[in-house]
Write a protein that binds this ligand. Sequence first.
Ligand SMILES: Nc1ncnc2c1ncn2[C@@H]1O[C@H](COP(=O)(O)OP(=O)(O)OP(=O)(O)O)[C@@H](O)[C@H]1O
Ligand SMILES: [Mg+2]
Length: 348
Amino acid sequence: MSDEFIPDFVEAIPLPAVLVDQSERLIGANGVARAMFGQNIVGRHFATLLRQPQIIEAIEKSLVSKDPTETRYLSNDGAQDTTFIVNCRYVRGVGAVQGGAVVVSFTDVTHLEQANQMRRDFVANVSHELRTPLTALMGFIETLRGPAKDDAGARERFLEIMDGEASRMNRLVGDLLSLNRVESEERVRPKEELDLTAQITSTIHSIRPLAQDAGVRLNLEAPDAPVLVMGDADQLRQVFTNLIENAIKYGGSGGRVDIKLIEMERDVAVRGPSARVQVIDHGPGIDPVHLPRLTERFYRADSHRSRELGGTGLGLAIVKHIVNRHRGRLRVESELGQGTTFTVILPR
Ligand SMILES: Nc1ncnc2c1ncn2[C@@H]1O[C@H](COP(=O)(O)OP(=O)(O)OP(=O)(O)O)[C@@H](O)[C@H]1O
Ligand SMILES: [Mg+2]
């Protein structure tokens, strides 16, 4: 290849790429590479540009041996870290005295690494969540076989606790499956039309016993006429159930939970007409440090209390996915000592 074609050649590579010849200077760089490293990089020595030792070594090795090399490159633009796989491939007959050059291309693998990390974290979290009740169950089985063998009173008590632990595992597995299902359907828009007023009224009806046990009054404010949205009835029921249950479990000390259904003609949140469902409690509130992470899987603001109440920490993650599937928005506002408001905004 004659050197006059070098600009066209590097521009044809769909990744950031530079060409380094035997003089150890850049003899070409495509637009994406210039956007990454600077507009006037052609002509500069590569080591002044790519300062990390492992990449300098890889390019030198490839220039001398003419063999392909591969390494990693970490860049930081001040805001975030990016990880690249760097490939060096030798090209004959270009550059200084036609001695050949090395094409250095950069593949961004940041998302891949993040996804892998998330997968590892997820497996670690699930194992941990399952291990706790499992360890308790195994402990009680051992006690029932040994020391408590002939103690009918203890047996009854232990079976009660074991029942609780097994139910907890069952809930966890149920929530995991539910999360999986919701995630896999996230791109499929719901096709049924449903009436939110009726939906919320019936959800409240089925949660009422729980509220009564906790000494919490449920208070609904909704239009008399139906409020129609495109939605998945089962999934929306799951959303409202979890939000109201949370309000009772974590904000029930306020004695009252308000549920408001509001129709809006023009809602900036969804750029059009919307239905907003607010679940308002008057409990202790959530510390602002927790708010951004609340919808992460297994995240609990007050992990001790949540576990004690049998929570799996998956509820809001499921809520978030369902709301996304409905092209809606989920908002949380909270003030310590005042209470918390969760708002689900659905397009109409
Ligand atoms: N209304 C609320 N007031 C205070 N804290 C809340 C409220 N709603 C949620 N939280 C906090 O957010 C955490 C996450 O809630 P989420 O519904 O995801 O999990 P959970 O209720 O612990 O478990 P699950 O819903 O699966 O039974 C809770 O553990 C709790 O610490
Ligand atoms: Mg919950």
